[in-house]
Design a protein around this ligand. Sequence first.
Ligand code: SF4
Length: 325
Amino acid sequence: MEEPRGTPVPVLPARDLPEPEEIRRWATEQGILILAHSYQDGFLQESAHFVGDSLELARQAAEARAEAICFCGVHFMAETAKILCPEATVFVPDLEAGCSLADSCRAEDLERYQGHLSRKLGRRPVTVAYINCSAAVKALSDVICTSGNARKVIESIPEEETILFVPDQHLGGWLQEVTGRDMVLWNGSCMVHELFSVDTLKALQAEHPGAITLAHPECPKAVREAADHVLGTAGMLRMVRKARGLTFIVATEANMLYRFRKEAPGNTYVAAPGASCACNLCPHMQRNTPEKLWEALQLRAPAIEVPEEIRVRARRALERMLAVR
Ligand code: SF4
């Protein structure tokens, strides 16, 4: 039976919690694949079989033959795994881990707007959806993209087509700049990246002269313009792996620095602060805790379900993305 969203997951006393390596080993014995997004905390990253960004995890899920996948991330990411692996039981530590960006684009609103735009243009626009959206929005889209492949996806669409880009206005704005394509942008944004302040970033740059500033394309234009490089998380990782002895100021979710320090320890990393607080942790990602992970693994729940009609259409859009190399 489908688990209703919001069902609280019982939490084990902390003393009963195994170490991350034991959790991973136990999950392997049980035939459970643990995937964790790079924005999860260090314990969850260490417990996972694979850590990555949305694109890497979508590929891992697509190639997995696991009977069960525990997805440490937010709801739309686990939905993506379910879309690509319908036979697997896909479950999450906390069903309430959502996403402000995904929530900013509801399927019914998108469908209405697509109709409006089609009437205005006299033909359907090509809808490109950033992967940070619900399965129902993916099903209404022609192709999906991530921050890592968005540029290639946009460049794969014929010039004469009108592109409707959803739901991130900042990523869409950056894509317009780098591809020169005029696109219709949905006005959604990520609450974490939206809060980076250009003033605090410039103050940090003054404190660390010589530091290289990396900004995620989900950041507002003023923050992107103050950065040395605008890169998705995979692009950031490639850059820091090649460097030695450098200081990087990083404007993306602060847990990304855990992965940088682990995979490229020869550099110094400084998290760019938000406008109103010192950290930039996603409150949705933070809902997943080690205790909830361990409990979810025992229960193989709460499970993610996607209606078949939506799953099939969403999968088509995802496969178009996976075909763009
Ligand atoms: S960091 Fe932003 S886009 Fe990512 S899950 Fe959190 S709210 Fe959504």
